[in-house]
Design a binder for this molecule. Sequence first.
Ligand code: HT7
Ligand code: ZN
Length: 884
Amino acid sequence: APLIRREDYTAPAFWIRTVDLTFDLDPAKTLVINKMAVERNPDQPGASLRLDGEDINLTRVLVDGEPVSFRVENQQLVLDNLPDQPFALEIRTTCAPGKNTQLSGLYTSGGGFFTQCEALGFRRITYFLDRPDVMSVYKVTLKADKLKYPVLLSNGNLVEQGAIDADRHYAVWEDPHPKPCYLFALVAADLVSREQRVRTRLGKEHLLQIFVRAGDLDKTEHAMQSLMASISWDEIRFGLSLDLERFMIVAVSDFNMGAMENKGLNIFNTKFVLANPATATDVDFGNVESVVAHEYFHNWTGNRVTCRDWFQLSLKEGLTVFRDQQFSQDMAGSASARAVKRIEDVRTLRQLQFPEDAGPMAHPVRPDSYMAIDNFYTATVYEKGAEVVRMMHTLVGEAGFAEGMKLYFQRHDGHAVTCDDFAQAIADANPESELTKRLDQFKHWYTQAGTPRVQARGSYSAEHKTYTLHLSQNCAPTAGQPAKLPFVIPVAMGLVAHDGRNLNLHLEGEALPIGTDTVLVLSEPEQTFTFVHVPVEPVPSLLRGFSAPVVLQAELGDDALFTLLTHDKDPFNRWEAAQRLALRRLLQAVSGHGPAELDPRFIQALRGVLRNAELDAAFKELVLTLPSEAYVAEQLDTVDPQRIHTARESLKLQLAKALHEDWIWAWEQHNDCGAYSPDPVSSGRRALANLALSMLCLDGATRHNPIWTGKAFQRFKDANNMTDRLGALGALVNSHADLAPDALSRFHEQFRDEPLVIDKWFTLQAAAPEKDGKVFARAKALMQHPDFTLRTPNRARSLLMALCQMNPAAFHRPDAAGYVFWADRVIEIDSINPQLAARLARALDHWRRLAEPYRTAAREALGRVMAKPDLSDDVREIVTRALQ
Ligand code: HT7
Ligand code: ZN
């Protein structure tokens, strides 16, 4: 397929004002009657109408009720010589939802019908102008068997329903809000619902409904609470109210992504709706809260104001991720719990987005070209996009940002717009801000790929009591962008004395000190900032709260990092200091240059954190978790996954042993949380208890001491919630304890009817730390398990992503068996579900940085995938970029 380029955008030749759709639903052959009111765009007289269609059978085309001549070429229906006046266009097609394994368009899952139209799924339902800048008002009639599909849903309001005959019934839905076709949805299935009526601040009543399969109703309370909290939060924080009488969420087991914000009818992967204490972990509860919020927030940022074209995807995704992150922080409550959420978000960014920005799939937040848009639902568009919005927020302040949002909706409500329009609105509402002064330069964040590096050097003059901070920035070339222009980088910072004081900051030339933290704006390649009246030599605490998505190279020695770890007022930088100290030791161990033994000072510092009565358990757990193997790999030019694994495992074991008594203390102090509640304090306590248990089991395994594995087994059996049960099971599996197989089979037996729990069972085994090739062998064998299938994305991911993305030491094997397995699976899945295959294909993005023999073997595996006949555009794009 050709590349689609941002610069080639042109407005549509026609508008489709209204759409009247009738579906006669049948898994083998569904009839779709599509009646549209179409108007020519007067700017393009004489243009043909080209409607997109894919995998559908065309049976009739009428213009103003009369048959007309037409062509079908390159998956488009072409109509020439159309009238200049508005006209009615009727198109009849059929499709086979039961055979749609791609899960894009109209498909069946668990005996029901569901749709997924973003990005280009609507063309798999009917011929249409499948582009987000064509917005129409929809009326939808659904006809289906009454017994098999008692629930018939679409966007908007239910206006009519009834029986057709003894077996079939119908429902008519109307959505008054014009929308792009990617927000269309229908559901026809046998479902039950949890319902809640709410009154918003505007005084309007709304009906909230969550539809699930019978038997899952007891897992919907948390999603409903999250939805209600999201509705209030958006009203309070941004003055945005629900604009629909009815807001529905439907859970489906077969889904390519997390969820979908269809207007008034959100469709969710079950993984992000269903949660009860027995089946879901604290992490699941947190994910449900943030995904429910994310999809709800799209109602304004995405649906009311949508994207002009798919290159602007971050307009809705970056902004909505920023909004859901802010929401989750507010829900977390305390300053410490907010910081924990921020650390988790940054960890995700570094784990997923930084490597993406340094590899063959590097692209700007607003990409310039694509072959398959589905490949650009990336960490860059979502997470880095959210960081870009966050930097705007930092530069204009919270109130200024709220003003900017107000202006954005005043200007663009009901329209399809660009990232420029968003940035302009925020800037225009804040004319005196640093953002507005440098708006054009700030927008380099949208156009340039790559992670900037910020270098910091400080020097103190005891004589003048000045501290001079020299900051510089650079960004490595990425494909198609050999030289980068400087970014606007907000650097939140403070100065910390070795005795622990956070010093007052007084910038040279300013009349007054500005408190103990400030935001410096780095916009030149190099800049110097001088602080006066600095009483003692300070340690700079830079990029507090991770104020910009950059790599900071501050060259701080251990002493300085220990000072920050103990005293920084910014919890993010305390955690960051511990990560840097650990990373330094890990890198020494990987390179073999440096002691393989952890130094007592580092151990003592971690002990200090663990035993510190003033710190929250959740924060301690983050500080005491070593940087991941993927993050260590990120720091290296040549990556030997086995060496990294060995080094990290060795350091982990040393921490397990050196802090043995402290882990026992931590376990004893935190293992009883009483009745389950997913709040941050209780979940933090569980996280720390689980870490302690896993450390104790690890240590026990090397001493052949069964005490702690015995306790873990007991805990596994007795736990009253999934977090504790899975934590104990993980402690057994990850320490390769003798009791692990028994526990795994009990777990399977207990949860055999809970698909989301069985996914965890697969993941746990495939992501376990590799030992003598056993984990790889086990993961491969699990492909044959009767519960395994490649057709359900959650299940396929639970095993394959866990092995190929989360478990580098099991995947990157000297005998290349991991790569052979990977290529076979990518090829196999490509014929079923190209979007899913393309996600798995990305596991070898970084093959060029691998050491031998991995590199050559990985190259060969990529070549094998590339040679597949009929390879999808999705996978072709990923593999082509990797090989370029
Ligand atoms: N906006 C939604 C995107 C989405 C999607 C994209 C491609 C293929 C399948 C998909 N399912 C959902 C998700 C979101 O960001 O809210
Ligand atoms: Zn989204």
